[in-house]
Design a protein around this ligand. Sequence first.
Ligand code: SAM
Length: 271
Amino acid sequence: MRVSVKHPMLNTYSAKICCADLYSSKLARLILGDSLHPGGLRATNRLGRAMGLQPGWRVLDLACGLGTSATALSRVFRCHVTGLDLGAEAAQTSRQRAFGDPIPADVAFVRGDAEMPPFRSGTFDAVVIECATSLFADKPAAIAEVRRLLRTGGVIGLSDVTVEPGTLPPELDSTVGMMLCLTDALPAGGYPQLLASGGFEILDRADLSDEVLSLLADLRNRMAIWNGLGPTGSPGGDDWPDFPPDLLDRVEASVTRGDIGYWLYVARNLA
Ligand SMILES: C[S@@+](CC[C@H](N)C(=O)[O-])C[C@H]1O[C@@H](n2cnc3c(N)ncnc32)[C@H](O)[C@@H]1O
């Protein structure tokens, strides 16, 4: 099973930075909105409940994107949340807070690499990773770091896109595929294997693939509106890719067949 293969689009530090900046682009905001994963905060809250997050817990949101989940987790579960991301947006969100934005005081943002997170061992009670493990160039290294950062018995909540081997349409091995976290995603069975071989005990898993269908339906609606704007209404500016006309149909068919999905996993640090 493909677990440690480094995808050529992600295998250098500069490629990682470029990938990270992709998620703060206008294109990403248009496709995904503020919550950069299928299911948005509905899926985030479900993950938090499945993890049993408790008030006062120290939670790391690894690869936190725009900080939307980190802020929501702090509000809903009353945890102290640190968001870490390689992209410049996380640092910027942090600066905005410093200038008096009323984001909860229990949320902090740090810029850094998930494969080398700048925290002491045992700092956190829980680590959340939404729609990002699929992007890590060295997935076992990132999971080993999560284990180092968690106290004994601490929990990891991971949700991500899944792709069954050999089923990704070739045109999705591209920027758009990366935006949708498809290019280096593991099969549904790959994430539990990754966690188990990293020293975690699997506590729960759930199939949230319907959320990908909802995301596609939303995207279709937005594209219909943009198309109605005519040639000057280009939604993403110069970086808007040429979608093959049937691309969304093909992704939807892949989800319906079970080739592409979105799964949630919760596991406990056994160390
Ligand atoms: C699809 S977005 C998900 C963001 C956020 N977890 C959410 O669900 O809203 C993936 C995020 O992973 C970040 N990322 C990718 N590789 C990373 C790495 N090696 N270290 C830290 N962040 C990384 C990107 O910058 C991007 O913000």
